[in-house]
Ligand binder design. Structure first.
Ligand code: NAD
Length: 481
């Protein structure tokens, strides 16, 4: 790729700052691209473009079916360029190419799903109590949307915001993570090719505290949709109060994975590993807290440790690699800090707890799959989101106890229950204070089902019908005949 640029008012531009940022492959620290590095002034220009485009009203008044066609064209172009996009995502994040291909399929499906909803975003007629009157409820776009995304699923998280906002007739400014902007830049090229009109979609590049903060501070932005860490989410919520913006926050998680003694043992072991070590644990819904019923605890731990030892770390482009590196040196240091805290707190390290020694992994930000047993709810390693390949294991003996333990967290993003007793599993699912609960599975999500958190995992929902409604205002029109 040549220089990665911003896309403002239908033009590919470099920042007035003249600054450039090197984008690094976390597998070997090689520079894979150089992108322009903006600041508040660039965000202001992008906001102005989105504001003007929205206020002109052309996009909002384009027939919904036409907007749907354009969004479907984006889905088709993503499928056409899937290989290039997947390679770019793996280079930028270190994730395996198999994961990146799966992401690209999901992303195309997200655009397609929302394209299909475009002309079904209707209102309703109300039975007015006032004689000879008519009462209608209609859905209108919110306006100018700021969309801020994280680095772990760069394009996937961006797509959950882009597709519904466009379909509902909004204009937008997207801000990807400064460390993983490449696939988002590429999709802006595809949106241009698909015929999204000038000013409707804008892309800004640069740090969160300048480029991102301007989006949440601005009086000209009507809605902020943010996916990222809890502390950033709090700042955005405060800034968004400047003009009482609508907000959706998709924040972190510390997700319990509950294994009852009557679970299908082998599948639960396999999935417990996948739940936490997939993408090196850098997943908001990672099953980082494993809660195992006492009677099978020791056997389950042995099986999990035995299999975790076999996880192959390596270059995401190698076929046999199961897990790539962490995103950055700083992130690995943060994880190492948590491992030390866990040891001091009395958790028992039974696997990993260090960087791998293999010579071919020394240039990447690798960390071994790590497992702690003898964990208790009061430990920081059990309470705080580590966002790495670290699994904590706790024991439980009754159903009430495990429900209490599972809910004993400030987070409420996702959780899973494993049992052949479906009545019990359903009862537990109904008592978990989480936005998603999986029974006898872990991680499935799809465009049709809503995604979002309870408690401090945030509010608002992405995907599903409700993910489109987040990008609409509800208006009641009353007419006295
Ligand atoms: P982060 O909060 O550091 O950054 C996220 C984005 O916010 C980046 O684009 C960043 O530049 C921007 N940002 C930073 N400071 C800002 C500010 N003051 N104002 C506006 N924008 C600002 O998060 P991260 O490290 O990129 O991502 C990891 C976090 O994301 C984890 O906590 C993870 O759980 C969460 N996450 C949540 C979901 C979900 O669906 N709930 C999905 C993926 C990731």
């Amino acid at each position: 790729m040549a220089i990665g640029r911003m896309y403002i008012d239908g033009q590919w531009v470099e920042s007035h700052t003249g600054k450039m940022r090197e984008i690094i492959n976390p597998f070997n620290q090689e520079v894979i691209a150089t992108v322009t590095e903006g600041d508040e002034k660039d965000s202001k220009l992008a906001i102005q473009a989105a504001r003007t485009a929205f206020d002109k009203g052309d996009w909002a008044t384009t027939p919904a079916s036409e907007r749907g066609k354009i969004v479907q064209a984006i889905a088709n172009l993503i499928r056409r360029d899937k290989e290039e996009l997947a390679k770019l995502e793996s280079l930028d994040t270190g994730k395996t190419i198999i994961e990146s291909y799966a992401d690209m399929d999901d992303i195309a499906n997200v655009f397609q799903y929302f394209a299909g909803l475009a002309d079904k975003n209707g209102g309703e007629v109300i039975q007015s109590p006032i004689p000879d009157s008519e009462s209608r409820v209609v859905r209108e776009p919110v306006g100018v949307c700021g969309q801020i995304s994280p680095w772990n699923y760069p394009l996937l998280q961006a797509s959950w915001k882009l597709a519904p906002a466009l379909v509902a007739g909004n204009t937008l400014i997207a801000k990807p993570s400064e460390i993983t902007p490449l696939t988002t830049i590429k999709v802006f090229e595809l949106m241009e090719e698909a015929g999204v009109p000038k000013g409707v979609v804008n892309l800004v590049l640069g740090p969160g505290h300048t480029v991102g903060a301007e989006l949440s501070n601005s009086l000209d932005v009507d809605l902020i949709s943010f996916t990222g860490g809890i502390e950033t989410g709090k700042k955005i919520m405060q800034a968004a109060s400047s003009n009482v913006k609508k907000i959706a926050l998709e924040l972190g998680g510390k997700n319990p994975n509950i294994i009852f003694a009557d679970a299908d043992f082998d599948t639960a072991v396999d999935q417990a590993l996948n739940a936490v070590f997939f993408h090196a644990g850098q997943v908001c819904s990672a099953g980082s807290r494993l809660l195992v019923e006492e009677s099978i605890h020791d056997r389950f731990v042995d099986a999990v440790v035995k299999q975790a030892k076999k996880i192959k770390l390596g270059n995401g482009f190698d076929e046999d690699t199961q897990s790539g590196p962490l995103i950055s040196a700083e992130h690995r240091e943060k994880i190492e800090g948590y491992v030390e805290i866990a040891k001091q707190e009395g958790a028992k390290l039974v696997l990993g707890g260090k960087r791998p020694e293999a010579p071919e992994l020394q240039d990447g930000f690798f960390y071994e799959p790590t497992i702690f047993t003898d964990c208790t709810s009061d430990m920081r390693i059990v309470q705080e989101e580590v966002f790495g390949p670290i699994l904590t294991i706790e024991k439980f003996s009754t159903t009430e106890e495990v429900i209490t333990k599972a809910n004993d967290t400030i987070y409420g993003l996702a959780g899973a229950v494993w049992s052949k007793d479906i009545e019990k599993a359903e009862m537990v699912a109904s008592r978990l204070r989480m936005g998603t609960v999986w029974i006898n599975d872990f991680h499935p999500y799809f465009a049709q089902a809503p995604w979002g958190g309870f408690k401090q995992s945030g509010f608002g929902r992405e995907l599903g019908h409700i993910g489109l409604e987040e990008y609409t205002e509800v208006k009641h029109i009353f007419r006295n005949k």
